[in-house]
Design a protein around this ligand. Structure first.
Ligand SMILES: Nc1ncnc2c1ncn2[C@@H]1O[C@H](COP(=O)(O)OP(=O)(O)O)[C@@H](O)[C@H]1O
Ligand SMILES: [Mg+2]
Length: 254
């Protein structure tokens, strides 16, 4: 069964950036095969990886619901949806990307969702690792057939308020009925030394710090130049921090 690495944290703290750097790690170290799943309706993981997204799972679902009779004549509905889903998977040499896109509107989506979920389950079997870049509410994770997450990487900025948001997510996890094997905290834009107040709050929340990520101007430069984070140099501060973290993660999840 593939190992699932998932991101959590409020908006803007760096989940997508870390997801891109984790993808870079798997690509460069050839540790895959990896399926990266962009589960944020405001999808931008593809962008940070320099990929153009034409269609999402959400688009397929909406189009099908708008015109359920649009299935080519003589073709089975299930096969048709599966064919469309196959077109959504963006295949790269070192990893693949699946963009979930917007969530469903109103109406009965059960049938189409069942087919799409079954396809996703089958698809996932082809990969050693899944990486899920979530939105803050983690809707996608709670919908997955198996609620298994091998490690949940909880990202916070270096601020007590951000950290408390992680604390609230941590408390909410029990209600989501997920099977989370391990959790780790990523402190983004962290100074060299963390303050006592911050560390005390980490202790209270009870999720161990796995990685501190310094502010790295090259991330901003790449963003402005619309360059893929896969092309960051090996010695960039953020790359080094995430590579080190991933060595630890691999030890933890096996
Ligand atoms: N360590 C960092 N140093 C510099 N800029 C960063 C760092 N982490 C994230 N950023 C920038 O902050 C912005 C928000 O990050 P993002 O990863 O999109 O957050 P999220 O996915 O949690 O909403 C992006 O423009 C990103 O380039
Ligand atoms: Mg994001």
């Amino acid at each position: 069964m593939s190992k699932v690495i998932a991101m959590a944290g409020k908006g803007g703290v760096g989940k997508t950036t870390v997801s891109a750097l984790v993808t870079r790690y798997f690509a460069k170290q050839q540790k895959g095969p990896l399926l990266a799943i962009d589960a944020d309706p405001n999808s931008n993981l593809g962008e940070t990886l320099g990929l153009e997204i034409e269609k999402t799972v959400g688009d397929i679902r909406e189009n099908f619901m708008k015109d359920p009779q649009g299935v080519p004549s003589g073709m089975d509905k299930i096969l048709y949806l599966e064919m469309l889903m196959n077109q959504v998977v963006i295949e790269q040499k070192e990893f693949d990307l699946l963009v979930m896109g917007r969530q469903e509107g109103q109406g009965c989506y059960c049938m189409v969702n069942n087919i799409l979920n079954r396809f996703a389950d089958e698809l996932e079997k082809n990969y050693k690792f899944l990486l899920v870049d979530n939105e803050a509410g983690m809707e996608h994770l709670s919908r997955r057939t198996s609620g298994k997450v091998d490690i949940l990487l909880m990202v916070t900025d270096y601020a007590l308020r951000g950290l408390r948001a992680v604390g609230r997510i941590n408390e909410m996890l029990d209600d989501l009925k997920l099977d989370i094997k391990h959790k780790g905290l990523i402190v983004n834009r962290a100074p060299k030394e963390l303050s006592k107040a911050f560390l005390d709050e980490v202790e209270r929340i009870g999720v161990p710090i796995l990685c501190t990520l310094p502010n790295d101007d090259s991330l901003l430069e790449f963003d402005m130049d619309q360059r893929s984070l896969l092309d960051l140099p090996d010695d960039s501060l953020a790359v080094k921090a995430v590579d080190d973290m991933m060595e630890k993660v691999q030890e933890v999840i096996g």
